[in-house]
Design a protein around this ligand. Structure first.
Ligand code: ADP
Ligand code: MG
Length: 694
């Protein structure tokens, strides 16, 4: 549960590279040779003809056939940017956007950020010269808010559409309108074979184009018994492959950063022991890949290596990234999935079985360059019993507050009329509308309020954008501090806690205590950011204090960007270093996540009655007595429910700002959640009646 140390020590990484890599870097020739070998390259003429003749084309092709890297270049070379138009390519994942932009700029022999660039949240590597722009689908959705016609684009490639990410689904719905108004805009939807027909039908039987591919047979082996510990089983299987089998790289699918790191550590340890006892055993280059891994470490998976590679990845390696040379796949059959938990009222990441379609996709990764082998760490019986045929689209399993706020901004007032590829459950829409109503973003009739309008301009969660806006109100005037706090809540954990050395661990804990402001984790974050700046944003200072330098550097950038948005929204940026005012302001926006003291370390959610614990690293432990009331930023689920980032507040403040939820009684605060829900329902009925009359 403690902030994890990211292994991104640059110097160490470089040293490793020298031992593993041939000195020879890719030169331009070999890149062009590689390009020419791709199936997409051979289909080029026909594909471009179909694109020229149709406004919408669904392109289907095996993973690794060159859809992502080649199609944008084909469009560019065919002159689709001639009149200043951009080619926009969306990716459901940040890592993919970044890595593909790098690859394409290498192939085109330009610097990233010039002709080829990328934009992900809080990071823009494009310039006026940029013609091919890779971005996350979330970024394009944000751009659609500012320019509904997407005028600067001549072509849009919706890549990896089969993933059915929430933002991709919403964009597809928006495109239905845009395409009729902008006949000159080309839309190319790329998809693995699953779902392709669905996309075609959605766009009025749009043309399909299949890139002929070649794949080799992959033999699939199921486990005879279910794995008890999937990390241990995977490590065992990888070692077995490495010791016994013929050459070829290994790809192992895990669920996320934590189990990937453990797998990598254990693999490395095991191998060291083995090699010690038998020096003839070859080393294995173990490489992790997950979305929050620093970019320089990510790109290592693509570099050539003297030794056999073993890439340990999340489902990012299912379709969005292709590592050449994989002959063996080790599949845990699991993934982390964002699922809305109605009991907690929030999205949680849960480890769940993958779908059958994904299992096939994973094994297919072994058969790209020759026949391959896939070891499934689950039984055939389990796959038939526990796996869905297809993945469930994100829109049907996550909280939709953010999305509905955006749609309302785009004047989609009647959500039942929006062309969803698959409709979200009506309860999810209702919950989201209720939550937005509670935050004051929607009025009693489901329409966007002035506050809601302002909120939708920030690329952050509704509660956080509300916090920024509220902080500029005359009552608080602490927006400068609040921008810092929101920034610090938007970056990966900043605390480094050494995992192996107990003495170092104690030292890092005592340094952390030094920074803590007892009443509030939020104020602690503010304190650290201010000290980082006061100390000249130095890496040395961070290392000395067990803080993540890279995260804090990023915080400085995000701070600037959020300040710019505040400016563009005509929100005053004023400083108010009074900590009590800042706590009150936090309460004014986070009253919906409040809890009451129960016993030491334990609290009860004021609205739901859910028992929650104070996180072991909470600043509040620095107070002699724990406060009666707190607000929290999020819940962490690690066996138990932990509140993460907690601030002490006064009961009066909760009643003042959260009057829809709480009433003051003699003994303390009581919940009036049911009443609030009824009020909301009642207002909805009125809204319906209004609609009928008008
Ligand atoms: P698709 O989108 O059809 O899955 P891609 O265009 O992503 O295919 O990949 C085509 C080829 O380019 C693959 O063989 C892959 O190995 C290679 N490739 C893609 N990205 C990179 C990268 N960042 N570094 C090295 N090779 C890459
Ligand atoms: Mg691709």
């Amino acid at each position: 549960v403690l902030g994890k140390q990211e292994k991104d020590d640059d110097d160490k990484a470089d040293e490793e590279e020298k031992t593993f890599l041939d000195d020879e870097a890719y030169d331009k020739n070999t890149l062009q040779q590689q390009r020419r070998k791709l199936p997409a390259y051979h289909a080029r003429e026909e594909l471009m003809k179909v694109i020229a003749e149709n406004q919408v084309v669904v392109v289907i092709g095996e993973t690794g056939s060159g859809k992502t890297t080649q199609i944008p270049q084909f469009l560019y070379e065919a002159g689709y940017c001639k009149f200043g138009g951009l080619i926009g390519v969306t990716q459901p994942r940040r890592v993919a956007a970044l890595s593909v932009a790098k690859r394409v700029s290498e192939e085109m022999n330009v610097k990233v950020g010039k002709e080829v660039g990328y934009t992900i949240r809080f990071e823009d590597k494009t310039s006026p010269k940029t013609r091919i722009k890779f971005m996350t689908d979330g970024i394009l959705l944000r751009e659609a808010l500012l320019d509904a016609e997407l005028d600067k684009y001549s072509c849009i490639v919706m890549d990896e559409a089969h993933e059915r990410s929430l933002n991709t689904d919403i964009l597809l719905g928006l495109f239905k309108r845009v395409l009729t108004r902008r006949r000159d805009l080309k839309l190319i939807v790329t998809s693995a074979t699953m779902n392709a027909d669905k996309f075609s039908r959605f766009f009025g039987n749009a043309e399909q184009f299949t890139i002929p591919g070649r794949t080799y047979p992959v033999e699939t082996l199921f486990s005879a018994i279910a794995a008890q510990d999937y990390v241990a089983s995977a490590v065992k299987q990888i070692i077995r492959v490495h010791l016994r089998s013929e050459p070829g790289d290994i790809l192992c699918f895990m669920t996320g950063q934590e189990d990937i790191e453990t797998t990598c550590e254990e693999l490395t340890k095991e191998l060291e022991t083995l090699i010690k006892s038998d020096p003839s055993i070859e080393p294995l280059q173990v490489l992790p890949i997950y979305s929050t891994l620093p970019a320089d470490l990510q790109s290592k998976i693509f570099r050539r290596s003297k030794y056999r590679k073993c890439v340990v990845a999340t489902n990012i390696a299912e379709t969005s990234l292709t590592v050449d040379g994989i002959r063996f796949v080790v599949d845990t059959g699991l993934m982390k999935l964002k699922v809305y938990n109605p009991k907690l009222g929030m999205d949680t990441l849960q480890i769940t079985p993958i779908s059958l379609a994904q299992a096939n996709q994973r094994s297919g990764r072994a058969g790209r360059t020759g026949p391959g082998l896939c070891y499934r760490l689950y039984t055939k019986y389990a796959s038939l019993k526990e796996m869905f045929p297809e993945p469930i689209p994100e829109i049907q399993r996550t909280n939709l507050s953010n999305t509905i706020l955006l749609l309302k901004y785009l004047k989609v007032d009647d959500l039942s009329k929006f062309p969803f590829l698959d409709k979200p459950p009506i309860e999810t829409i209702n919950t989201a509308q209720y939550d937005l109503w509670c935050l004051g973003a929607l009025d009693n009739f489901g329409k966007l309020t002035a506050l809601g309008k302002k909120m939708s301009n920030f690329p952050i969660d509704p509660a956080l954008s509300r916090l920024l806006i509220v902080s500029s109100f005359s009552q608080f005037q602490c927006s400068k501090e609040m921008i810092t706090i929101v920034t610090m809540l938007s970056i990966p954990p900043i605390f480094v806690r050494p995992t192996h050395d107990a003495a170092l661990q104690r030292r890092s804990d005592s340094v952390r205590e030094k920074f803590q402001v007892a009443e509030s984790d939020h104020l602690t974050l503010l304190n650290i950011f201010n000290l980082f700046k006061a100390n000249g944003c130095q890496e040395r200072w961070c290392t000395k204090n067990f803080l993540q330098y890279k995260s804090l550097r990023r915080a400085v950038e995000i701070h600037t960007q959020l300040s710019q948005i505040m400016g563009s929204q005509k929100l005053a940026i004023t400083s108010n270093p009074d900590w009590d005012v800042i706590r009150k302001c936090l309460c004014a926006s986070y009253f919906h996540q409040a809890a009451q003291f129960k016993k030491y370390g334990e609290f009860v959610n004021l609205r739901t009655g859910l028992q929650m614990r104070l996180h072991p690293t909470a600043s509040l432990y620095g107070l002699g007595d724990l406060p009666k009331y707190v607000i929290y930023h999020e819940l962490l689920l690690t066996g138990r429910e932990y509140m993460n980032y907690v601030t002490a507040v006064e009961g009066e403040w909760l009643c003042e700002f959260g009057e829809i939820f709480y009433a003051a009684k003699e003994k303390g605060i009581t919940s009036r959640e049911n009443q609030a829900r009824k009020e909301h329902e009642f207002q909805k009925v009125i809204a319906e009646q209004r609609k009928l009359i008008s």
